[in-house]
Design a protein around this ligand. Sequence first.
Ligand code: HEM
Length: 128
Amino acid sequence: KQFETPYEAIGGEEMISKLVEAFYKLVARHPDLAPIFPKDLTETARKQKQFLTQYLGGPPLYTEEHGHPMLRARHLPFEITPTRAKAWLSCMSEAMDEVGLSGPLREEFFQRLVLTAHHMVNTPDNST
Ligand code: HEM
């Protein structure tokens, strides 16, 4: 099919939902990540589904509810170190494996996330 967005191409709402659920299960038990996330990840996951939907060209659900993403600014309250960026990406990669996201679409999506994750880094590794 031509002209579909990456959002549609990877499987739309169902795939994003499965991916985000798998991702936060891994985040919740990652020793570098769990300490900076809320215990209850329901709301975090809901916002991430909205964000990734629009990130991939689907409906602008995040912006409709929360305004401009300003992702780097929204991450400033948290110490995002290079180690945590690496951990975030490894959880995402594992989640993509779990939900069976593969091929060029996965590679393109993941490479964009690598850039975005590095952009979120706001604290050096040796600061604490
Ligand atoms: C929120 C950590 C990268 C998208 C958050 C929160 C933390 C966090 C602690 C707050 C959770 C909450 O209070 O509910 C990290 C770490 C990253 C990272 C350690 C490593 C680099 C990313 C990336 C994206 C992203 C790459 C997008 C592709 C979001 C979104 C929210 C969020 C959409 C919700 C913002 C809101 O409150 O409206 N992140 N994040 N994060 N993160 Fe990240």
